[in-house]
Design a protein around this ligand. Structure first.
Ligand SMILES: *[C@@H]1O[C@H](CO)[C@@H](O)[C@H](O)[C@H]1NC(C)=O
Ligand SMILES: *[C@@H]1O[C@H](CO)[C@@H](O)[C@H](O)[C@H]1NC(C)=O
Length: 313
């Protein structure tokens, strides 16, 4: 509680800094300084007890299962936050303040997992986990990329907190316990001419796939008549993926194996990729985490996990 207050106060204080002052990160607290440590030691004797029924669910998913979860997260994500950086030099005539030169900016954009509808003769597509993006030329993210910025895309399951409920024993519903993944790579434009000339009219298929997630976007699709903004199709060619499955003692946190990311398919993954399962074989946290007999597995766990968790935070 005390440390939460401290963090809150620090956040308040830091908001009064100007953009040009260097940020500061509070140092690690000295051992013994935290009240939560006492909570932890009080419960540590319980850790010697035999595991309770159901506690096997607390074992971490394997890295391959985490990659399946990450691909499923992409498949269910209609939007994500694209991070880019402003150019190092912003001209005085620009409406963008020169103080933000070189600063990162994260902006939420529409995406869809439509790679599978693109034909492989485009050298695009093949369902390799490269998100499709509807890019507006006027949008800051794409202007920064046009000016040479690198990019990453963050997607998460945080909007599903009410379905997911409590996924960590002894802790109330917590967004921090839910998965998120950040995808790194480069943007590749999908030209309408290339798409339309492909064997299976990828342009129409891509439109249909994208509009399933974003019916409203039909007003600013590439080439839409009377559209207020010029747009184009692009895909993020993923080269790295950083996964945070939730709290680190029950989920993986780290870099996903790219052979697995690209080789995973919905039903059966490519030969030699993990154990061959597809992303439909794993579930993201949702109401279905109940036991078959209707009991809530989570009720069986003890507060020692809470103590461990709070300490970890
Ligand atoms: C983008 O990343 C590449 C490395 O992948 C780096 O060489 C380049 O300088 C970066 N561009 C910017 C504008 O930071
Ligand atoms: C990455 O995944 C592939 C396919 O599952 C596997 O063969 C390979 O050993 C993995 N690489 C590493 C470094 O674990």
């Amino acid at each position: 509680m005390i440390s939460a207050l401290t963090v809150g106060l620090l956040a308040l204080c830091s908001s009064t800094f100007t953009l040009t002052s260097a940020s500061t990160i509070p140092p690690y607290p000295k051992p013994g300084q935290t009240v939560l440590k006492d909570v932890h030691s009080a419960s540590s004797s319980e850790q010697d007890r035999p595991e309770e029924p159901g506690s096997h669910l607390l074992s971490r998913p394997s890295w391959f299962e985490s990659a399946l979860l990450a691909r499923r997260l992409l498949a269910h994500s209609p939007s994500g936050v694209i991070s880019t950086t402003f150019p190092d030099h912003i001209s005085a005539s620009s409406r963008t303040p020169s103080e933000v030169a070189g600063f990162p900016i994260g902006l939420r954009e529409y995406i869809a997992d439509c790679d599978s509808v693109l034909s492989t003769d485009l050298a695009h597509g093949g369902d390799e986990g490269d998100p499709t993006i509807l890019a507006l030329r006027v949008a800051t993210s794409f202007r920064n990329i046009g000016a040479g910025s690198n990019l990453s895309l963050e997607i998460d399951w945080w909007d599903h907190l009410s379905d997911a409920g409590a996924v960590y024993p002894g802790l109330p519903p917590s967004p921090a316990a839910l998965p998120r993944v950040t995808l790194f790579g480069h943007l590749e434009t999908l030209s309408i001419a290339d798409l339309s000339s492909s064997t299976n009219d990828a342009a129409a298929r891509l439109e249909r796939c994208f509009l399933e997630s974003h019916p409203d976007a039909k007003w600013w699709l590439p080439g839409a008549v009377g559209s207020p903004h010029s747009s184009f199709w692009a895909r993020l060619v993923v080269t790295q993926a950083y996964w945070i499955g939730g709290f680190g003692d029950v989920q993986q946190i780290g870099w996903i194996n790219m052979t697995e990311w690209k080789g995973i398919r919905p039903e059966r993954s490519l030969d030699g990729v993990g154990d061959g399962r597809g992303w439909k074989d794993v579930r993201l946290p949702g109401r279905s985490i109940m036991r078959h007999d209707g009991g809530n597995i989570l009720g069986n766990f003890r507060c020692r996990y809470t103590a461990r968790l709070l300490l970890a935070m």
